[in-house]
Design a protein around this ligand. Structure first.
Ligand code: ADP
Ligand code: MG
Length: 691
């Protein structure tokens, strides 16, 4: 039987090869794909708004007569069309226009237009609004429907996508969409059938409750949201199932190396560390691949846990790979692990993207021959030219930086192809529970919920940058007393070059103002060896003050540093600030974090810095961040590889998370449902199902 999935978009009027290619960029090939290209919001164009009542930022329909049309020659040539109704004026401004448009918009023409109100030279303006000349009458109240707004790609305009979706709806009657969800389940949650839901969201009926639709809380939208969350959950469970269908080398603990190592440490493990290690010990001794996430707040001591896990693997004659997201962090792990493991007779290898030529050749040989028990580096570790002799454990630090896809790709590098490596993933940025469920459904979780004893709380101070003088004095005083400090420069992320430049300027300024101090500088544009050298001299105490960009965000561990100054903290996410702050408070002395913002602070900005000042609990901070900024920003895909949703919104839809988690395992029994839902919602985007 033909289904919507078998019908190509080229069936539709007006879709030729060129448009089909553009649609393919949105992952749309079939009519079903098109109908699952869902509106992410609606516009209320059902009413004409009097011009006199518009406010900046309003998105509205207005209607009036053209009073005059001028060609304005300012910095950029533009066409300025002034409309009036009984209540006021509004200017439509076009930077791109042709002669026909200009003629059409001549004095006296009746125009209806839709746009966003902005302040302009000539009063309130719409830039490039959608408009109609001599518009048909507005539909009667109660007849009008909301206008769906779709995600777009380059070269496709909103009205085009809208038109195609409407065309596709005509097929829906002949070829209903397969409903994968059991009817009992839909009844339980009072959700509509899939075909009805899809129809409704593309073409909301006139009597549909506007506010529910605008907020995404209409049952039809909720039906789709739930299905989307379910599809994501199922895809991760499927990955897990596929991994666990493979065997792993059981790594039986001998205890000998571990004992020697623990005896060599100047401290004993916290209860939480021991607890997590017992989970790991269990997992590793199974012939199934471990898939474990260790969450632990900044400074909770994840590295030692990783080392003990590594020793269990080495003790069983296997190799370990440890991957970190940045050179600095990888380098630091390499130093720590070398100082811990070399005395036990274990060799290490170092591999980052910057290790090239002969050095790389040598490192590779140590790895493939099995001479190196532990290999540490950045993701360069998993490039094709690196072969392991007997890799049985992969440790990934700060993995949210890598993202779901990279993590899954790693699983390919097993022992001899058939055996899968055990995986230990460590993350410091606490992931709010709601997000964690969906990003890590394929992992078991252990939490290090205790900090090593004797840590003093970090006092956080929020100051405007008009107090810079005082802050510089504070740095002077701390360093005079024999402690060390960080000075972190931030800029908007896009330009690493600018960020580095800002750090250089700041460092020069501080050298001048603090002549008695030794000041170092580290940023992303330094060569790895230069970076390492600066970090090393800060670590040994040769440098008093380290000026840095956010490259020092993760993992850097210098217990004698007790003051961190962060410029423009309002530009960073709370989780990132929490990470940065965690660079201090690692030793015995009282520590301080100064957040020096550039006034004025927005309401939001104030709330965020306050959350940070009030708490040192990473989980609390993460939840706050989510609440204040929303998940898109907390965990943007670009940064994290976190999945992106078409409709679901973590904050609004968190009520589904538990039900979806409960439903998923039962549905895993029906492979047809699982693959149907995954294909529908994740389609071409996620191929890791066949990793
Ligand atoms: P993170 O979890 O942020 O990666 P680290 O592993 O870098 O934390 O540990 C932070 C610091 O705490 C390191 O200097 C480490 O040696 C120290 N540390 C780890 N575990 C303990 C412990 N049980 N007692 C005292 N200090 C510890
Ligand atoms: Mg760490």
């Amino acid at each position: 039987m033909t289904s919507l999935d078998d019908l190509s978009v080229t069936q539709l009027k007006g879709v030729g090869n060129a448009l089909a290619e553009k649609l393919a960029k949105l992952g749309i090939y079939s009519l079903q794909d098109l109908l699952f290209h869902l509106p992410h919001r609606y516009e209320d164009r059902t009413r004409v708004i009097p011009m006199g009542s518009l406010r900046i930022g309003d998105v509205a329909v207005v209607e009036g007569d053209v009073m005059k049309t001028d060609l304005v020659m300012g910095r950029r040539r533009s066409l300025q069309v002034t409309l009036k109704d009984e209540t006021g004026f509004l200017v439509m401004r076009f930077f791109h226009f042709n002669a026909a448009q200009k003629n059409q918009l001549s004095e006296g023409a009746r125009v209806r237009c839709f746009g966003e109100v902005r302040p302009g030279r000539a009063g309130y303006e719409f830039y490039h609004p959608e408009y109609q000349v001599s518009p048909p009458p507005m539909p009667d109240e109660g007849q009008a429907t909301l206008t769906p707004v779709y995600p777009l790609t380059e070269g496709i305009q909103q009205p085009r996508v809208r038109g195609l979706c409407q065309q596709a709806l005509a097929y829906l009657r002949r070829y209903p969409i397969k409903d994968w969800l059991p009817p009992e389940l839909l009844a339980d949650y009072q959700l509509p059938a899939i075909t009805d839901a899809v129809q409704l969201v593309h073409l909301p009926p006139a009597n549909a409750p506007v506010h529910l639709l605008m907020e995404g809380r209409h049952p039809a939208q909720q039906r789709l949201v739930m299905e989307e969350l379910l599809a994501h959950q199922l895809s991760l469970l499927q990955v897990r199932e596929q991994i666990q269908a493979r065997e792993a080398l059981p790594l039986l603990p001998t205890g000998e190396l571990t004992r020697q190592f623990l005896d060599s440490l100047p401290f004993s493990l916290t209860g939480a560390q021991r607890h997590v290690l017992s989970d790991i010990r269990q997992d590793l001794s199974q012939p199934l691949p471990m898939l474990r996430l260790v969450q632990g707040d900044v400074g909770s001591g994840k590295t030692v846990v990783a080392a003990v896990a590594a020793l269990q693997a080495i003790g069983a004659g296997a190799q370990v790979a440890l991957m970190a997201p940045t050179e600095i962090l990888a380098e630091q792990h390499f130093q720590n692990f070398s100082s811990w493991l070399e005395p036990l007779g274990i060799e290490l290898a170092w591999l980052s993207g910057k290790v090239k030529g002969k050095a790389r050749q040598q490192a590779r040989e140590k790895v493939v021959s099995g001479q190196a028990g532990v290999v540490i580096g950045t993701h360069a570790l998993f490039q094709d030219d690196v072969q392991f002799q007997r890799l049985a454990l992969v440790i990934v630090d700060e993995q949210h930086r890598f993202g779901v896809h990279q993590r899954l790709a790693l699983r390919e590098k097993g022992v001899g192809g058939t055996l899968a490596p055990h995986q230990l993933i460590m993350t410091a940025t606490p992931i709010p529970r709601t997000l964690a469920m969906s990003a890590y459904a394929d992992l078991d979780t252990s939490v290090i919920d205790e900090l090593p004893p004797g840590r003093k709380p970090i006092e956080t101070i929020v100051l405007p940058d008009t107090r810079r003088e005082d802050v510089v004095e504070r740095v002077r005083k701390a360093c005079r007393e024999g402690r060390q400090a960080y000075w972190v420069c931030t800029l908007i992320e896009e330009s690493e070059a600018l960020q580095c430049q800002a750090a250089e300027v700041t460092a020069a300024e501080l050298v001048e103002r603090l002549p008695e101090l030794k000041v170092g500088l580290v940023h992303g544009r330094l060569k790895a060896a230069e970076k390492a050298a600066v970090m090393e001299s800060f670590k040994t105490g040769e440098l008093d003050l380290l000026v840095a960009t956010t490259v020092i965000e993760v993992g850097v561990d210098v217990p004698n540093a007790s003051l961190i100054l962060i410029e423009n903290p309002e530009r960073l996410g709370l989780a990132q600030l929490h990470q940065l702050r965690g660079r201090v408070g690692r030793g015995e002395q009282a520590s301080f974090c100064v957040l020096m913002y550039h006034p004025p602070l927005s309401q939001n900005g104030k709330a965020r810095l306050q959350a940070l000042r009030d708490s040192q609990d990473g989980f609390y901070i993460a939840e706050k961040d989510l609440e204040i900024r929303g998940p898109g920003e907390v965990l943007g895909t670009r940064q994290t590889g976190m999945m992106q949703f078409r409709l679901a919104d973590f904050e609004r839809d968190k009520g589904w998370i538990e039900p979806v988690k409960e439903m998923a395992p039962g549905l895993m029994e029906s492979p047809e449902i699982v693959s149907g839902l995954i294909r529908r919602w994740l389609g071409e985007r996620l191929r890791y199902g066949d990793v």
